[in-house]
Design a protein around this ligand. Structure first.
Ligand code: TXA
Ligand code: MG
Length: 324
């Protein structure tokens, strides 16, 4: 069972767990977050595992200050103005990623944009001490409502995590508002802890609402990472010129002729496979192979989310998928 430790006494233990690639439930001003080091693929995979998320939705990366945010993402003047006015606070900005930012691709589900926010309180202090951003979705198991007290986190996730940092009831109690700047316009992707009007007053423009092609509504994400090369799943025999995305110790027939090969996990560890998934797909895509053949991956544990993402990567490109 997870230990519940008061925020005033939890810093060293939280740092130790995060440094070791583990997750920690932390208070923020909005809701409790289930945090992992955003640069550590195993830590990020553990977040999905603890939440029992059947899919890899992109997560919010939490930063300690604007300098850290600017090392991760490319700020246009409007985004910067919003960040300066409303951070720390319940505003999340979706921005283009800065290449080479060190963020693990599982955080962004392979997208080239990233959601960023600067939390108040213990979370902010923890990120400063760690010196790296924290990926943190709400600290609840998939399908349940967000937790606003340490006790609620422990009751839900206590058997699957080691530490809940208790900062009392979260003052906002609602997840952050998510907006995206698109060519001088602002789109509301998720209403939340900061009212749209407050953002509009600072931006001097109205927020666009509602989903358009490729834009995600709350919990609905139409844009997914899709490799340029076609993807074939559950492959037992590979064709000439294909790249192979392998799993485990048993190779598909013809593997010696693969144009490129990456093994998600030679030992068959689904957590390791999840942490390698997006990076390896991108590498095989860049290899110039005619297509990417993927070996069968079991459906248990994180395997369900891995198979979900692979199915999306393999789906016909003119059909846009959405998710909940
Ligand atoms: O208040 C909050 O925002 C809490 C606390 C813990 O900070 N966090 C939170 O995270 O609600 P999460 O993972 O439950 O919600 C993240 C949502 C995703 O569902 C997705 O819709 C959106 O953020 N998102 C993340 N990255 C995105 C991206 N690159 N483009 C569009 N939407 C993105
Ligand atoms: Mg949530």
């Amino acid at each position: 069972m997870a230990e519940i430790v008061a925020a005033g006494e939890a810093m060293e233990r939280a740092l130790e767990l995060l440094e070791g690639g583990d997750v920690v439930a932390i208070p923020t001003e909005t809701v409790y977050g289930l945090a992992g080091d955003a640069t550590n693929g195993i830590g990020v995979a553990r977040i999905f595992e603890a939440k029992g998320r059947p899919r890899f939705n992109p997560l919010i990366a939490h930063v300690a200050d604007l300098a850290m945010a600017e090392r991760i993402a490319l700020f246009d003047p409007l985004s910067k103005r919003l960040a300066q006015a409303l951070w720390p606070g319940p505003l999340t900005l979706v921005l283009p990623q800065r290449p080479g930012n060190g963020i693990h691709p599982l955080v962004t589900a392979g997208l080239d944009t990233i959601a960023l926010r600067m939390p108040k309180g213990f979370g902010g202090d923890l990120i400063t001490r760690l010196g790296r951003p924290l990926a943190a979705p709400s600290a609840n198991s998939s399908g349940k409502i967000s937790a606003t007290t340490a006790e609620a986190v422990a009751a839900d996730l206590g058997a699957r995590i080691r530490l809940v940092v208790d900062g009392g009831a979260t003052p906002v109690g609602l997840e952050s508002t998510i907006v995206k700047v698109e060519g001088g316009t602002l789109r509301l992707l998720r209403p939340g802890g900061i009212a749209a009007e407050e953002i509009e007053a600072i931006a001097g423009i109205k927020l666009l609402r509602g989903a358009t092609a490729g834009i995600e509504a709350p919990g609905m994400l139409a844009s997914h990472y899709a490799p340029g090369a076609p993807v074939r799943l559950n492959v037992e025999k590979i064709a000439k010129g294909e790249a192979l995305l392998a799993f485990g110790g048993h190779r598909a027939e013809g593997w010696q002729g693969a144009a490129a090969l990456r093994n998600l996990s030679a030992s068959g560890d689904l957590r390791e496979a999840a942490s390698n998934l997006f990076a390896y797909l991108q590498e095989l895509d860049r290899s110039g192979a005619t297509s990417i053949a993927v070996e069968p991956i079991p459906f248990d544990g994180l395997g369900e989310a891995i198979n979900d993402r692979l199915a999306r990567a393999a789906a016909p490109r003119d059909i846009s998928t959405s998710e909940t």
